[in-house]
Write a protein that binds this ligand. Structure first.
Ligand code: MN
Length: 391
């Protein structure tokens, strides 16, 4: 058995759409994380790895930002990956033409729709906004692109206006409408309501772009899928503006293991993908980050270690191998004989019972003195108890 989750998950009848599309925005929203700047070869490396995962769509960037950005998107298109390549565009002809010039499969064209954005950002009326959006959708469709229309700050937009603009976009042949929870300000229940309201009036695909300001990006994405949305945007390691976006690895693994919805992704490369993005963005993964964090499969407490050595699923919901991660037994203050014995066996060292007890005592003592029990210190402890050994 590779995983064991609560059987109660199956006690509720949940209906997910049969086809779920993940459009990953690590290379766009993720790159918009303050301080992150990816060069062309780095973006290409990440895109290749996302393709190896079998991601459906890659939002590769925002081509009008700079000539390097445009070069990066062109280079990704040239890779001829299985994933569809999308670019972000404002509702400006110039932006769409730049995206077309990059050779992308499609665009996500966006416009702020909340009163707050209308008043303070665009300084335009609702009517003007609708007209501008429709002419850009028309322009992009005329060039044969896949076109997604994203209402920025949708979750704080007047519902009637939101319905109106999405319905209009549908009339103009848009392929998908996006609900952007731009400042992560909706609840799963609010998302459920909003998606159901929209679903009752539009047939086009609905995508969710959730931010994690309240730590609810993942729950909001799942609530939206259950309410009738069929696409979700994610980023590797959950990077992105402010508190970041719904994390790709959390969403895919929660769908697969908790909800039994398998997207057919090659999840065994998740750890590798996560490390690659960590390295190239210099955004360190927190030790306790779900799925890919360093501590997710590390055990120190004697009670836990004893059980994990016997049966890992006692203290792990799934095995690290499933995502290419590794289990580590950490020696420290809470270690018991079994953990130390396991470490000694790993190193091919046999000790007597008395020696083992002495080593355990010394491990605890050294850790409480503030020392981290790395291999070098462990070697010293073992030597001090039973003479020279090679670890
Ligand atoms: Mn965003």
């Amino acid at each position: 058995m590779e995983y064991f989750v609560s059987p109660f998950n199956q006690s509720v009848d949940l209906k997910f759409p049969t086809d779920i599309t993940i459009y990953d925005t690590t290379l766009r929203d993720g790159e918009q994380t303050p301080g992150v700047c990816l060069r062309t070869p780095e973006k290409v490396k990440i895109a290749r790895k996302l393709d190896e995962l079998r991601i459906h769509q890659i939002e590769a960037g925002f081509p009008v930002v700079s000539s390097e950005e445009k070069r990066s998107i062109k280079a990704i298109v040239k890779e001829d990956l299985n994933a569809e390549i999308l670019a972000l565009s404002r509702t400006k002809k110039e932006d769409i033409d730049t995206a077309i010039d990059c050779g992308v499969d499609g665009i996500i064209t966006f416009m702020g729709t909340s009163d707050l954005h209308l008043k303070h950002k665009m300084k335009m009326s609702q009517e003007d906004i609708v007209n501008v959006c429709m002419s850009s959708i028309e322009h992009a469709k005329d060039h044969g692109l896949f076109v997604a229309f994203s209402a920025e700050d949708a979750t704080r937009t007047d519902l009637e206006f939101l319905k109106k603009i999405y319905k209009k976009a549908e009339e103009y042949g848009v392929d998908r409408v996006h609900i952007a929870d731009t400042v992560g300000a909706i609840s799963p229940q609010g998302m459920d309501y909003l998606v159901r309201e929209l679903r009752s009036e539009i047939k086009t695909g609905i995508a969710l772009h959730c931010h994690n300001d309240f730590g609810m990006a993942l729950s909001n994405s799942i609530a939206g899928l259950l309410a009738g949305a069929d696409a979700v945007s994610t980023t590797v390691n959950g990077i992105g503006e402010r508190a970041g976006n719904a994390s790709l690895e959390e969403l895919v693994m929660a769908l697969k293991l908790i909800y039994d919805v398998d997207l057919g992704f090659n999840v065994r490369i998740f750890y590798e993908l996560s490390k690659l993005v960590e390295e190239l963005t210099h955004m360190k993964i927190p030790d306790n980050k779900p799925i890919v964090g360093r501590n997710v499969f590390r055990h120190e407490s004697g009670i836990h270690v004893d059980a994990v050595l016997e049966e890992p699923l006692t203290y792990e919901p799934f095995l690290p191998e499933l995502i290419g991660h590794q289990r580590r037994i950490v020696l420290g203050k809470h270690s018991g004989c079994r953990a130390v014995k396991a470490k000694l066996t790993e190193c091919g060292i046999e000790v007597s019972k008395n020696e083992l007890c002495e080593i355990v005592e010394k491990v605890k003592l050294q850790r409480e003195k503030g020392k981290y029990i790395n291999d070098k210190l462990f070697n010293e402890i073992v030597r001090s108890v039973r003479g020279p050994v090679d670890i």
